[in-house]
Design a protein around this ligand. Structure first.
Ligand code: F6R
Length: 260
């Protein structure tokens, strides 16, 4: 796990965007994994800016979302398929149909989850997966207690996650209880994962992810097993890390030729 601590959230977004741009230049057909929520928004803004500047194209790439609420109507503004279109996809040049999400409106949820796993493997797997982390240590919507080898399936959100996400809805009661989410095993299969966390509300979850035991109680801790996991933190999110000084020194001494 490479932990990079930078002063401001916008610095994290720039570094993550650099990783995506470098990947797409090297491998234009790369498959991206997209997160929703607040954490990746700066990355999407930066990628849109670089696309408009002619620095990157998504014309041969594909993308898969991490998760989706169950039962939100197709036109609901908080449906993740809608959010990613509004925040990113509609501003760049993905081919029509190249961005996919789990089908939260499917009649047969189990079949929809299996089909989603099949679509990801059919695309050759995910090359670069963007992630945020929940205050309870979730990644995607794998809440505490999730199997460390789980695959795409339905999950029930914790009260804490529903309260955290109430800011996107009118009230906590409007936040759906159920979601479809890539599993921890699905995420672990991505070739590179880039997790962004900013703000003091994330500090405890970040500490448990990076320095705690690997445990289903902190689902993000499974990334300690990942051969290529990059964790991008602002100073507030890194505040509880015992190894913060070492991580800062390591990044300051990182050779120019070495990518994330
Ligand atoms: C969203 C997702 C979630 C969020 C997490 C953090 O697709 O998978 O795991 O990344 O809840 O949310 P924010 O970034 O809003 O703090």
């Amino acid at each position: 796990m490479e932990v990079v601590i930078l002063p401001h959230a916008q610095d994290l977004a720039r570094l993550a965007a650099d990783a995506v741009v470098r990947l797409l230049r090297r491998q234009p057909q790369a498959v991206l994994g997209l997160a929703t929520g607040s954490s990746p928004l700066g990355v999407y803004r930066e990628l849109i800016r670089r696309h408009r500047a002619g620095e990157v194209t998504f014309a041969r790439s594909r993308a898969f979302l991490l998760d989706e609420y169950v039962g939100l109507p197709a036109d609901h503004p908080q449906r993740y398929r809608r959010v990613i279109a509004d925040e990113f996809e509609d501003h760049v040049d993905f081919p029509v149909g190249a961005v996919q999400s789990p089908d939260g409106l499917a009649d047969d949820i189990a079949a929809a989850c299996a089909a989603y796993e099949g679509a990801i493997s059919g695309a050759g797997g995910i090359d670069l997966q963007l992630l945020g982390i929940g205050t309870d240590g979730h990644i995607a919507f794998n809440e505490p207690g999730s199997s460390l080898s789980s695959r795409t399936r339905v999950k029930t959100l914790t009260r804490q996650t529903r309260e955290d996400n109430a800011r996107f809805f009118g009230s906590v009661d409007e936040v759906p209880r159920h979601v479809l989410t890539q599993g921890l095993g699905t995420i672990a299969a991505a070739r590179h994962v880039v997790l962004l966390a900013a703000g003091e509300a994330k500090a405890d979850a970040v500490r448990r992810m990076v320095e705690g035991p690997v445990s289903a109680s902190c689902p993000a801790s499974v990334l300690q097993f990942h051969p290529h996991a990059t964790v991008l933190l602002d100073a507030a999110a890194a505040a509880d890390l015992a190894l913060a000084g070492y991580f800062r020194e390591t990044f300051a001494a990182k050779p120019d030729w070495q990518e994330l």
